[in-house]
Write a protein that binds this ligand. Structure first.
Ligand SMILES: NC(=O)c1ccc[n+]([C@@H]2O[C@H](COP(=O)([O-])OP(=O)(O)OC[C@H]3O[C@@H](n4cnc5c(N)ncnc54)[C@H](OP(=O)(O)O)[C@@H]3O)[C@@H](O)[C@H]2O)c1
Length: 307
C-alpha cells in the first residue's frame, strides 16, 4: 500500500507519522501522480498545531502538503492533454501532496521541463506563486528600490530574483550566512536586527519605493518608517499590521491560476533565469526531521521530501 504523511490530532512535530493508505483512484478530471518530490512550508506546521483551526478547519486523520512534482501514473475520465508517464509539476488543495501517490485536478498541473531537477520542481508551488503575487503587488518599475525581508527564505529567495528582473534595485534583509548568496544574485544584503533602518537608509540613499515582507514581526512598521507608501507595501504574513495600516497582503491567491504561474516559473528555471535554492532533502519517512529544520526559520530556499 502507498505511504502518506498523516496526523490524527493537532499538536507538535511528534503527531506526524507516515501511514500506509488505500491507493487513490482518479475521478473525473483527476490524475494520479506518483510523487517524486514534495516541498514543505511553514503554514503547514501552523495548521498542524491547531491555532488556526477556526480559519482552516481539519478533519482527521489529516494529510499534509500542497507542493508536488512527479510522474502521472493513471488518468481519470475527461482528462485531456496529459497521459501516464508524463512528468509534471503541480499542487493539491487537499493537504495531501506529502505521499507516494496523490490525486490532483488536471488543471492544477503543468509539464516539468526536463532539465528542472525533481526537488526544485516539487518545492516550487507555494513559494513560487506567493513570490510572484507579492512582487506583482508592489508594482516595481526599473530604477526603483525595493526591500525584501526574509530575503533568502523560501518565498524571499524567489521574490528577490523576480523583483530584480523588473530592473529594480533589491535590498535583501538576512543574516550573515546568506550575504554571499544574495550578492551572487545581484541583491544588496543588509543585516536584520538593531539598527536595520539606518543600514537600509545607507544602502538606499535615494529612498525606498516598495517593501515586501515575508517574515512579519515589525517589518510593516519599518517599511512605513522608511517612508514607503502603504499601497507599495505587501506582507504575506503580518495580517494584523496589514489590517491596522492598510497595506497589501497579496500572495499566492493574487497570482491567478496556479498552473499558469507554475509554467512561467518553471520555464525561467529551465532557462537558467531563476534559482530555487534547495537547503535539504529528506526521505518521506523523515518528515519530522524535515519540519524540525524548517521550524528553526533559517532555511535558505526550500526543504523537500522525497518519497
Ligand atoms: N500569504 C501567503 O500566501 C503565504 C504563502 C507562503 C508563505 N507564507 C508565509 O510567509 C512566511 C515565509 O515563508 P517561507 O516559506 O519563505 O519561510 P522560511 O523559508 O522558513 O523563511 C526563512 C527565512 O526567514 C529569515 N529570517 C529569520 N529570522 C528573521 C528576522 N528576524 N528578520 C528577517 N528574516 C528572518 C531567515 O533568514 P536568515 O536565515 O538569514 O536568518 C530565512 O531566510 C511564513 O510565515 C509563511 O507562513 C504566506
Amino acid at each position: 500500500m502507498p505511504k502518506a504523511v498523516r496526523y490524527a490530532e493537532f499538536g507538535g512535530i511528534d503527531v506526524l507519522r507516515v501511514d500506509e493508505v488505500a491507493r487513490p483512484v482518479p475521478g473525473d478530471g483527476q490524475v494520479l501522480v506518483r510523487v517524486k518530490a514534495a516541498g514543505i512550508n511553514p503554514s503547514e506546521a501552523v495548521i498542524r498545531t491547531g491555532v488556526l483551526a477556526q480559519m482552516f478547519p481539519s478533519t482527521f486523520p489529516s494529510g499534509q502538503g500542497s507542493d508536488l512534482a512527479g510522474v502521472i501514473e493513471e488518468v481519470g475520465a475527461g482528462v485531456g492533454g496529459f497521459s501516464s508517464g508524463d512528468e509534471v509539476i503541480g499542487f493539491s488543495n487537499k493537504r495531501s501532496s506529502q505521499a507516494e501517490l496523490v490525486l490532483v485536478e488536471a488543471g492544477d498541473l503543468t509539464r516539468k521541463p526536463e532539465n528542472v531537477p525533481w526537488e526544485v520542481a516539487g518545492g516550487l508551488y507555494v513559494v513560487g506563486v506567493t513570490a510572484w503575487g507579492a512582487v506583482h503587488s508592489v508594482q516595481l518599475e526599473k530604477g526603483e528600490t525595493v526591500v525584501v525581508s526574509g530575503a533568502a527564505g523560501g518565498v524571499g529567495s524567489l521574490a528577490v530574483q523576480l523583483a530584480r528582473r523588473t530592473g529594480a534595485t533589491v535590498i535583501g534583509l538576512s543574516s550573515e550566512s546568506n550575504r554571499e548568496w544574495l550578492e551572487s544574485h545581484d541583491v544588496i544584503p543588509v543585516a536584520y536586527g538593531d539598527g536595520v533602518a539606518d543600514r537600509i537608509r545607507a544602502a538606499a540613499p535615494g529612498g525606498v519605493d516598495a517593501f515586501i515582507d515575508t517574515y512579519g514581526d515589525g517589518y510593516v512598521e519599518l517599511a512605513l518608517a522608511l517612508g514607503v507608501a502603504p499601497e507599495r507595501i505587501d506582507t504575506i504574513t503580518d495580517f494584523a499590521a496589514a489590517a491596522k495600516y492598510g497595506v497589501k497582503t497579496d500572495g499566492g491567491a493574487a497570482a491567478g491560476p496556479g498552473a499558469k504561474v507554475l509554467a512561467e516559473l518553471a520555464a525561467l528555471i529551465a532557462d537558467g533565469h531563476l534559482e530555487v535554492p534547495i537547503a535539504n532533502v529528506y526521505p518521506l519517512t523523515q518528515v519530522r526531521e524535515a519540519y524540525t529544520e524548517l521550524e528553526r526559520r533559517h532555511t535558505r530556499g526550500k526543504i523537500v521530501l522525497r518519497p
